[in-house]
Design a protein around this ligand. Structure first.
Ligand SMILES: Nc1ncnc2c1ncn2[C@@H]1O[C@H](COP(=O)(O)OP(=O)(O)O)[C@@H](O)[C@H]1O
Ligand SMILES: [Mg+2]
Length: 386
């Protein structure tokens, strides 16, 4: 099998390569097999972009310098494929894309892979914060050179937006609702007129966007109230809602695949057995919902128990098992780490967890040894936390 760069370049000294490098072999293979015409300036056709993100059943042949190898196209984003389809269609249209959802539902992850597959570049990114300025969205100047030579195009420091416009690439705008409204509004003219005016330049004071330019923004629905998008900006985005993964099987698959990949990256040879992952996913799912499949209800926790949190618990448990245990991730390990993840800022969540242990885990423990192990370890951790 042809290797993605993650298998060959891990000693290059980069902790985390952008998707377009990490999955280069997959992107190249899809390009060689692309039967459709990509929209102008896209690296792949929409069908191939979808295949890159949702994976293919069979590996594809990849020919490099006459040598043929096989590349498996892995699934990157788990969930409803029509969500991905709608996102791709939006990016091929006039409108920009806004991925909204709870934290940890894979919005940034999906945005990175979309940009990698469509533009071959996922690093033109603006991270929205309360301190993001209009300069960071548009451009700034090399002040020393402007004093010496006056404002000239060469003395300009372009923003990721400007580079994306000039090269016809996708701009990623993370956490857009954290930016103050005035700053967000800098995007309105860029999105509607597809150009940026640079009034300081005497002539050629317009930067025009090339075909292929568009914006993928993400926003957390929990932060919505912080700085909601203005009506003008809302109109220029298609909203695609990313839900928390709906079914148990999918959630298990995400935790399994992602933690395996992360453990490889940190070169930690720990394996998490399927039943342990299934237990973790079950507890997360039930605590999130406040009910169990067999009809027991209890209070819901106030923190988001996203899939990303579950991956975090799996990873921490594996690291601990590797360095302080025997390498195998046990249910006890998972139980201990889970307590910290459930009980963050709100101590009331500790009560909820106790209730869950008492009404759900204990009962199951009477019949099932793994649940008993889980119950005992979690109760011990809860008691020492309170
Ligand atoms: N549906 C999903 N498919 C694949 N990975 C997911 C999914 N949901 C969460 N993840 C994983 O969770 C982690 C955090 O996701 P991220 O994109 O940072 O969340 P968000 O931006 O929505 O807060 C990533 O490692 C990602 O791989
Ligand atoms: Mg994010």
């Amino acid at each position: 099998m042809a290797k993605d760069s993650k298998d060959t370049d891990t000693d290059a000294g980069i902790l985390r390569e952008p998707a377009e490098l990490q999955f280069r072999a997959q992107l190249d293979a899809l390009k060689q097999h692309d039967a459709d015409t990509p929209p102008s300036a896209w690296k792949l056709s929409p069908r191939s972009v979808l295949a890159y993100i949702t994976g293919t059943a069979k590996p594809l042949d990849l020919t490099i310098n006459g040598k043929k190898t096989q590349v498996a196209i892995t699934r990157k984003f788990f969930g409803d494929d029509t969500i991905v389809e709608r996102a791709i269609v939006t990016l091929a249209s006039e409108r920009a894309l806004l991925l909204v959802g709870e934290p940890g539902t894979g919005k940034s992850w999906l945005s990175e892979h979309l940009a990698a597959a469509i533009s071959g570049c996922s690093t033109l990114t603006i991270q929205g914060t309360a301190g993001t300025t209009e300069d960071q969205i548009k451009y700034s100047w090399n002040v020393a050179r402007v004093i010496a030579e006056g404002p000239k195009p060469e003395n300009m420091i372009p923003s990721p937006t400007m580079i994306a416009m000039k090269t016809g690439a996708l701009l990623r705008f993370e956490e857009i609702t954290r930016c103050v409204p005035d700053v967000q509004d800098a995007l309105v003219s860029i999105l509607s007129d597809k150009n940026m005016v640079v009034p300081e330049l005497p002539d050629a004071n317009m930067v025009f966007a090339r075909p292929g330019f568009n914006v993928i923004a993400t926003a957390n629905s929990r932060d919505q109230g912080v700085n909601e998008l203005s009506a003008a900006l809302k109109r220029r985005f298609n909203y695609v809602h990313i839900p928390i993964v709906a079914d148990q099987k999918t959630e298990i698959a995400i935790v399994r695949d992602r933690s395996k990949e992360l453990l490889e990256r940190y070169k930690i040879p720990a394996k998490i057995e399927e039943p342990v992952i299934a237990m973790l996913a079950t507890v997360f799912r039930e605590m999130r919902a406040g009910t169990t499949a067999d009809g027991i209800s209890f209070q819901k926790v106030s923190t988001t128990l996203s899939t990303a949190e579950a991956i975090g618990v799996a990873l921490d448990s594996a690291i601990r098992a590797r360095y302080f245990g025997n390498g195998a991730v046990s249910i006890e390990e998972i139980a201990r780490n889970l307590v910290g993840s459930v009980v963050k800022e709100d101590l009331d969540d500790l009560k909820v967890l106790k209730e869950y242990l008492a009404v759900v885990a204990k009962k199951r423990g009477a019949k099932d040894a793994s649940w008993k192990t889980f119950h005992d370890a979690a109760l011990k951790a809860v008691t020492s936390a309170s």
